[in-house]
Write a protein that binds this ligand. Structure first.
Ligand SMILES: Nc1ncnc2c1ncn2[C@@H]1O[C@H](COP(=O)(O)OP(=O)(O)O)[C@@H](O)[C@H]1O
Ligand SMILES: [Mg+2]
Length: 391
């Protein structure tokens, strides 16, 4: 992840120190200057120094009992340094203060007390937006996160087959197994020597070639970063995962992440980086009830509009109202995958996914999902066109 430079403004000494420590603790950003005053005019010495450093982020702590000054400062900083993103830190209990802050041009309003994760997520969002803006030149890969409403809904099955479909159609695809216990390698009959944990714990020296050595290659070139075979006591931090994904988006065109039932900072990070979050559910009450809760948890950091519901093992049944379901979960039904128990369970047992077994109703469905997810991609469109021309 490219390092972001941060200028901190906080009148309270303890809060200023705390914010600096937390900014530096994210590992994706570092404090370049900090100020105890709230600049309001161009002749303020603090503003001169800050402008000279041209920070990516200006973090302003809204002091209790002096909200008005903080608001004026934020507006001033936003005008003086339009290239920098202004982040406010303040209480969540005053909606009007949040609204007023946003009106000054603040990009993120972060709750106080603040955690390193809150800051990290805001930094990741900023980097992701900037990346999107500069995609034409930087060309980073796209992440698709696959999450289940509850265990057994089919997240791993969809992730594995979707990754194969993307690899078949466009090449340069990776599958990352973030599930609490990794099953992807089993589905693909692979015997990995390393796992995601090895990759993230070696991040201080992680580069593309080292990361590749932690991955295992499947037929036709799909690269797999396997999950742990035993649940881990010690989990790497969210910022470690952020670095992993940053390296991966520079290496692969598509990255499918099997999140399965994982619900923690890493799952949230994968969701906030993802182009689409595929929420795999069955069309029954318990599954849809869970789906709504999972979407709420993973979508708290603003990824709600990127959720798509995938109804797995789908059959038309009376009484199931799709529009009501979409409204209750707050996500549209993106895809329906047919119920093919024998084909799917035999595929898992043999370690040969349905996508590899040629034409079937389920492989067509998943290939269709891959096509749907990539339909707006510039280079995908181009290759489809040239294929068409040669016919
Ligand atoms: N489309 C499908 N049709 C029939 N059975 C399926 C389908 N998708 C998944 N399954 C079955 O559901 C079980 C759980 O799938 P899995 O992908 O492991 O779910 P999750 O990762 O969400 O826990 C698998 O053993 C598989 O046999
Ligand atoms: Mg799974």
């Amino acid at each position: 992840m490219p390092e972001l430079s941060v200028a901190v403004f906080a009148t309270d000494k303890d809060q200023r120190t705390l914010l600096q420590v937390m900014v530096d603790g994210t590992s994706v950003a570092r404090t370049v200057c900090s100020h105890s005053t709230m600049p309001l005019a161009a002749n303020d010495p603090g503003i001169h120094k800050t402008k000279a450093l041209s920070p990516d982020v200006v973090l302003v702590d809204i002091a209790i009992n002096d909200e008005v000054t903080a608001l004026r400062t934020m507006q001033f900083l936003h005008q003086e340094m339009p290239e920098a993103a202004v982040f406010a830190v303040g209480p969540m209990t005053q909606p009007q203060l949040i609204v007023n802050s946003m009106r000054t041009g603040v990009r993120e309003y972060i709750k106080r007390p603040t955690s390193t994760t809150d800051l990290l997520e805001a930094f990741v969002r900023l980097t992701a937006t900037r990346r999107k803006a500069g995609r034409e030149t930087t060309k980073k890969g796209k992440v698709f996160a696959v999450v289940n409403a509850k265990g057994g809904s089919g997240a791993t099955t969809v992730a594995v087959n979707l990754a194969l479909a993307l690899q078949n159609a466009h090449h340069n695809t990776a599958l990352v197994d973030l599930a609490p216990m990794g099953h992807c390698a089993l589905h693909l009959n692979l015997r990995p020597n390393f796992t995601v944990t090895d990759a993230v714990t070696n991040l201080h020296r992680l580069d593309a070639s080292l990361l590749e050595s932690f991955m295992v290659r499947h037929d036709h070139g799909l690269q797999v970063l396997a999950g742990p075979a035993i649940p881990r006591m010690m989990e790497p931090s969210t910022s470690d995962f952020a670095r992993l994904f940053d390296t991966m988006v520079g290496m692969f065109q598509y990255i499918v992440v099997d999140v399965s039932s994982r619900l923690d900072g890493a799952a949230r990070l994968a969701s906030s980086l993802a182009e689409k979050i595929l929420l795999i559910a069955h069309a029954d009450v318990a599954s849809l009830w869970s789906a709504a809760r999972v979407a709420q948890y993973l979508g708290e950091n603003g990824s709600r509009e990127r959720f798509g519901l995938v109804l797995n093992r789908y059959r038309k049944v009376g009484g199931f109202n799709e529009a009501e379901t979409e409204a209750a979960i707050g996500a549209p039904v993106l895809w329906r995958i047919p119920n093919q128990y024998f084909a799917v369970s035999a595929a898992i047992d043999r370690g040969v996914p349905v996508m590899q077994q040629g034409n079937s109703e389920i492989s067509r469905s998943i290939a269709g999902l891959a096509e749907h997810l990539t339909k707006d991609d510039l280079d995908v469109k181009r290759s489809a066109w040239s294929l068409f021309k040669t016919v």
